[in-house]
Design a protein around this ligand. Structure first.
Ligand SMILES: Cc1cc2nc3c(=O)[nH]c(=O)nc-3n(C[C@H](O)[C@H](O)[C@H](O)COP(=O)(O)OP(=O)(O)OC[C@H]3O[C@@H](n4cnc5c(N)ncnc54)[C@H](O)[C@@H]3O)c2cc1C
Length: 382
């Protein structure tokens, strides 16, 4: 039985074949070093830019490939298969940061930032979460006060992916304390030109070791008024609500790709590993566990592809994206647990891919809106 995603085409096949070969031969050998450094080398970002894997759906006039969300999904999938260390950092960059600039930026803002994001000269991050809370975006406390032609930004953010290396950070802040959601704006902080902006230490995590995660501090940080995304105050909450479905779909894309990979490597392992004189795949329990996981993975894939098609047409809604994010990441964690079990003690060793995928999977149910928040959003549609 073979299945091909409906959104795939010949051009994407050619792009992906070259891209995957490059990842497996040239970049993957660095993964272990990045995990130890808790950071990905900037050269790897530039290499992805050269390959056309950064901002592939951005218009060519801004340095992108002029593709669609199919390209964004393909890049996340291929990273998840070949170089999972870069899947999250690049998803944040491609499926979140660049999307905000393209959808809400003025022509001048797009010209200023998208070419750098596409080449890898600029690495993007988005800072919504604060130490006081991440689920309740309305309650954020970072404040931007207009002073002449600039904003003074005060507050702090935490758990920010790419926080150590980002050149361009989208910061959600209150520009009007009197207003609730209408008082939130998105400011583009350029790390180089912003006095008062400071990065905290690279946080220690239980997984996702190559992806840096940081606190960010703003102490009267200087942000020129022209860096207000879209040029109008009070739009931030609505901008986030519009693009969060795409962010959640990107998480589902990596969840399903990881499930596919885990089923594949575990099947290979079960064919090679012997116990009681035969390959462990010949035990009915092993075969049934893998049969169940293969079934769920294919079911997840078909629903994911339906969502990707909608995203390509610009029709992905909040509820479908929430279902995709919650269900696929739950299934990813279950698959990781079952597949690790079939590896026995080796599964618990850091040098085995399945062990790393097991710990890396856990965060997927938390960021991008926790799975409880996803259920809340789905429940509102009942
Ligand atoms: C590795 C990593 C990378 C991240 N990257 C980024 C990033 O790049 N940018 C960014 O802005 N943030 C990022 N985050 C933050 C992430 O999005 C938040 O951790 C997440 O949104 C949850 O917020 P919180 O941690 O404050 O938990 P809380 O909001 O305090 O939630 C705690 C618990 O309460 C539950 N809960 C809260 N409200 C409700 C409710 N109404 N009903 C039911 N249950 C509820 C939650 O589901 C959760 O189980 C990252 C986090 C990690 C760990």
């Amino acid at each position: 039985m073979s299945y091909r995603s409906s959104w795939m085409n010949d051009d994407l096949d050619i792009f992906r074949e070259t891209f995957r070969r490059y990842l497996s031969t040239t970049l993957s050998p660095w993964a272990q070093k990045w995990r130890a450094d808790k950071m990905i080398d900037k050269e790897a970002w530039l290499a992805l830019g050269e390959m056309g894997a950064l901002c592939p759906d951005m218009p060519e006039e801004y340095g992108g490939l002029g593709g669609t969300f199919a390209h964004v999904a393909a890049v996340i999938e291929d990273l998840e298969y070949e170089l999972p260390e870069m899947a999250l950092p690049v998803a944040v960059h491609n499926a979140i940061v660049a999307q905000y600039v393209l959808h809400f930026g003025s022509h001048e803002q797009k010209q200023r930032w998208i070419p750098g994001l596409a080449s890898g000269q600029l690495i993007g991050a988005i800072a919504m979460t604060e130490p006081g809370g991440g689920s309740d975006l309305r309650a954020l406390r970072t404040r931007a006060t207009r002073e002449g032609n600039a904003y003074a930004l005060n507050g702090s953010k935490t758990f920010i992916t790419n926080g150590q290396i980002a050149d361009l950070v989208i910061v959600a802040a209150k520009t009007d304390l009197e207003q609730g959601t209408k008082g939130i704006s998105l400011l583009m902080v350029e790390a180089d030109g912003s006095d008062g902006f400071r990065r905290g230490k690279n946080l220690d995590k239980i997984g996702m070791h190559a992806s840096d995660t940081s606190e960010l501090f703003f102490d009267n940080a200087f942000v020129p008024a022209e860096n207000l995304l879209g040029g109008q105050e009070g739009q931030g909450f609505y901008q986030m609500m519009e693009l969060l479905p795409k962010e959640r779909l990107a998480i589902a894309v990596s969840a399903v790709a990881s499930m596919e990979r885990m089923v594949q490597i575990t099947t290979d392992y079960a064919k090679e590993r012997n116990a009681f004189g035969k390959p462990i795949l010949e035990f009915q329990n092993t075969a049934f566990v893998l049969a169940e996981r293969k079934s769920e993975t294919l079911i997840a894939r078909v629903f994911l592809d339906w969502c990707i098609e909608r995203a390509i047409r610009g029709e992905l809604d909040q509820v479908a994206a929430s279902i995709a994010k919650y269900w696929t990441t739950d299934k990813q964690c279950e698959t990781a647990d079952e597949c690790l079990q079939l590896h026995g003690g080796y599964g618990y060793m850091d040098e085995y891919e399945i062990g790393r995928r097991y710990v890396d999977a856990r965060i997927q149910r938390i960021y991008g809106g926790t799975n409880e928040i996803m259920k809340l959003l789905i429940a509102r549609s009942l």
